[in-house]
Design a protein around this ligand. Structure first.
Ligand SMILES: NC(=O)c1ccc[n+]([C@@H]2O[C@H](COP(=O)([O-])OP(=O)(O)OC[C@H]3O[C@@H](n4cnc5c(N)ncnc54)[C@H](OP(=O)(O)O)[C@@H]3O)[C@@H](O)[C@H]2O)c1
Length: 253
């Protein structure tokens, strides 16, 4: 593995589990110092220990990315500790209950929009000034195939993920000439703990889910992670404002 990201600092929100965890590990393998932001201490510190055991550098900062003051404090910690931020994967988030439009409660709407959309804006709001000070950087926001197509099981999640793409493209154009490339990934069904939980509750669910994913299997978190790290790398120097499906053909169907 080339250490082409040595001396760089990468932030991964939601880096304690699933796609975020795999991305934190992948950044560290390329030599970057990784900052993991999430809420629960134990899982966050576990990933830091795992990265350090493999010879990498990592720091966990307790953060709820839907809370403005906590995101500001996260970026202040990165400024004080490293003085720079080169890459950010805005991935972590959580939301309220899905369901039929007429039954959705306002508190669930707010939880989902704050958890999956406002959080991405808050992160970019504070990441970008620090990146500009260092001469530039790259940001990847985690949307979903549900940001490109309808998801009638959870319309608010789908709206939030569509919003992430609009925010990504607009922000990408604003900073296009200032050395910051901003893109989004749109994962299909990826085998992470929430999907594992779903399959435990309903062991036959995989057949239905995989009907939508022509490759015929779940994605691995590492497959999304590799795409994110590549989008941040100089190999993707001409890409900005892209919403890239990582979906085994889901959106081609
Ligand atoms: N898995 C899929 O099939 C799939 C498909 C498309 C898109 N995605 C997107 O991928 C992202 C990660 O999903 P995943 O499947 O990897 O889930 P996961 O394994 O449950 O990981 C979620 C991560 O986000 C953190 N998190 C949750 N809410 C947070 C908050 N308010 N503030 C800070 N951190 C928070 C969690 O840690 P704490 O709970 O400790 O905070 C955890 O580290 C999500 O944006 C999801 O919408 C997933």
């Amino acid at each position: 593995m080339t250490k082409d990201m040595e001396n760089k600092v990468a932030l991964v929100t939601g880096g304690s589990s699933g796609i975020g965890r795999a991305t934190a590990v992948a950044f560290a393998a390329r030599g970057a110092t990784v900052v993991i932001a999430s809420r629960a201490r134990e899982r966050g510190e576990q990933v830091v220990a795992e990265i350090e055991a493999a010879g990498g550098k990592a720091l966990w900062v307790q953060t709820d990315v839907s809370q403005a003051a906590q995101v500001a404090a996260l970026i202040q910690t990165i400024t004080d500790t490293y003085g720079r931020l080169d890459y950010a994967f805005n991935n972590g988030g959580s939301g309220g209950k899905g369901g039929w439009i007429a039954d959705i409660q306002e508190e669930d709407w707010d939880a989902t929009i704050d958890g999956f959309l406002k959080s991405v804006w808050l992160c970019m709001k504070h990441e970008i000034p620090l990146m500009l000070k260092g001469g530039g950087g790259a940001i990847v926001n985690n949307s979903s195939v549900d940001g490109l197509r309808a998801f009638p099981w959870d319309p608010v999640y789908s709206a939030a993920k569509h919003g992430v793409i609009g925010l990504t493209k607009s922000a990408a154009l604003q900073y296009a000439t200032q050395g910051i490339r901003i893109n989004a990934v749109c994962p299909g069904w990826i085998r992470t703990p929430p999907i594992e939980d779903l399959l435990q509750r309903d062991p036959g669910a995989d057949k239905n889910l995989l009907l939508h994913q022509p490759i015929g299997r779940f994605g691995k978190p590492e497959e999304v992670a590799e795409t994110v790290v590549w989008l941040c790398s100089d190999a993707a120097s001409l890409l900005l404002g892209v919403a890239l499906p990582v979906d085994g053909g889901y959106t081609a169907l």
